[in-house]
Design a protein around this ligand. Structure first.
Ligand code: PLP
Length: 456
């Protein structure tokens, strides 16, 4: 009998609850602080930006949070997502390891991002919001919120980081197809965007700047709220459907991961696949190694400082303790646009501090090389962001080969790269450079971190 290639769940097996790792942590994460008072923020401080249901999820310590039925109904368009065994990649690497990957590219947007866009749009519509503003890097998140907003009758305005806006014109066309408006950031539509452009008219943009623009507009109007595609606790919570499904699917394969690998930009798809397994370990189950893979050009977890910082460049957001390169840091314009963020999710950062996860960084050409090998073996062309997870999984499989160990590796293939073919073309033409960040700029951005006294 041949070993199966894919493990599929029935629609009736779609998870009914998201998993909240806050319930199982050995130590609570540091509080989110108000930038003026430096005191912990309360739900009312966040109310101008988010609907109350999402704020309550942000601070919840309940282990399971019910997925509303209207959200599950939309999830059924593409969920449960398949789990694959990468037989051909294993063979090409000559590894005794078993490699499994969860494929999130089957969603309408082509990535994991709708897993949170749908509930965010749902809770906003329920609370009477009429318009959502957001940022996007690669365009995956902007596309996802445009899709979800349309389903719940919300207007969506997306600020897309300028360099990605120029690199991926078809992403904007998809957002417009879903009825959204997409602007390059920095833009002339916000006070902050105009200020940045006055200093540097050709600014390539950054997620930090795009967030500032989106937050600025949301704070101005009662009927407008802001939606964030990563970093926040509620976003990570929504993404846990990935890992919860993978647990069921691995049981079908009679397997359990020794190592879990995910790409990290703001940390949401990584958390989505890893947190349910980490939680299972914290409750006494097997404890897999968990590896976060980030770009060497924007290495918040491996080179950043664990400190309180702003989530955006204009300093409109509360202060969160996270691994950060400094909120004024502008990463070089490499192609994994979704990973160009100065900070890491506070929960992922906290787990790193607790020693529950590891982190590594690879350059973009190393990741494209891995992605091309994967595509040639498995058929799916990964998003440049997902290539980081592919690279991490390949490195683990090669380690298993060197050590003669048949470990089980699980990674998250968080999206397909069908809108990223210009980057692949550049890679094949030898034009893709491993851009490094400016060490002086990093030092300056870190020197500019807000000074927050450590709690007694
Ligand atoms: C395909 C893809 N993967 C990963 C990311 C990074 O985000 P996160 O670390 O929150 O999963 C993005 C962000 O835009 C993305 O589009």
């Amino acid at each position: 009998m041949t070993t199966p290639t894919k493990y599929l769940l029935d629609e009736s097996q779609l998870p009914k609850f998201w998993y909240n790792i806050a319930a199982d942590l050995p130590k609570a994460p540091p509080p989110v602080l108000h930038p003026g008072t430096l005191q912990p923020v309360g739900p009312d401080d966040l109310a101008p930006l988010f609907p109350m249901e999402l704020i309550l999820q942000e601070v919840s310590t309940e282990r399971e949070i019910e997925i509303p039925e209207p959200v599950r109904e939309i999830y059924r368009l593409w969920r449960p997502a398949p789990l694959y065994r990468a037989h051909r990649l294993e063979k090409a690497l000559g590894t005794p390891a078993k490699i499994f990957y969860k494929y999130e590219g089957v969603s309408p947007a082509g990535s994991h991002k709708p897993n949170t866009a749908v509930p965010q749009a749902f809770y906003n519509a329920q609370a009477g919001t009429k318009r959502l503003t957001t940022e996007t890097g690669a365009g995956q998140w902007g596309t996802s919120l445009s899709f979800a907003g349309q389903l719940f009758g919300l207007e969506v305005l997306v600020f897309q980081v300028r360099v990605s806006y120029d690199q991926k014109p078809y992403r904007r066309a998809v957002m417009e197809t879903y009825g959204a408006r997409c602007l390059p950031s920095p833009s002339t539509e916000t006070e902050y965007g105009r200020r940045v452009l006055a200093q540097r008219p050709d600014h390539p943009g950054s997620l930090g700047i795009a967030i500032s623009e989106a937050v600025e507009l949301a704070a101005q109007r009662e009927d407008t709220k802001y939606a964030l595609g990563s970093v926040l606790n509620h976003v990570l919570l929504h993404q846990t459907v990935i890992g919860l499904e993978a647990m069921e699917q691995l049981q079908m394969a009679d397997a359990w991961p020794d190592v879990i690998v995910g790409a990290t930009g703001g940390g949401s798809n990584f958390a989505g696949i890893a947190f349910p397994f980490i939680g299972h370990g914290l409750r006494g189950g097997a404890r897999p190694r968990v590896v976060a893979v980030e770009p060497a050009a924007c290495p918040s977890l491996t080179r950043g400082r664990y400190a309180y910082d702003f989530g955006d460049t204009a300093h409109l957001t509360p202060l969160t303790k996270m691994h950060t390169l400094g909120s004024t840091f502008t990463p070089p314009p490499f192609h994994a646009g979704g990973l160009r963020y100065h900070g890491m999710a506070p929960l992922v950062s906290h787990l790193k501090e607790l020693g529950l996860i590891e982190a590594v960084a690879y350059t973009q050409t190393q990741c494209f090389e891995a992605g091309v090998l994967f595509a040639r073996c498995e058929g799916i062309v990964p998003a440049p962001e997902a290539n980081h997870a592919v690279k991490g999984a390949i490195e683990e499989a090669l380690r298993c080969k060197r050590e003669g160990r048949s470990e089980t590796i699980l990674f998250n293939l968080c999206g397909h790269g069908h809108f990223d073919m210009a980057a692949y073309q550049k890679y094949f033409a030898g034009e893709l450079k491993d851009e490094t960040y400016d060490e002086r700029e990093l030092a300056m951005a870190l020197a500019g971190l807000p000074s927050v006294p450590e709690p007694a």
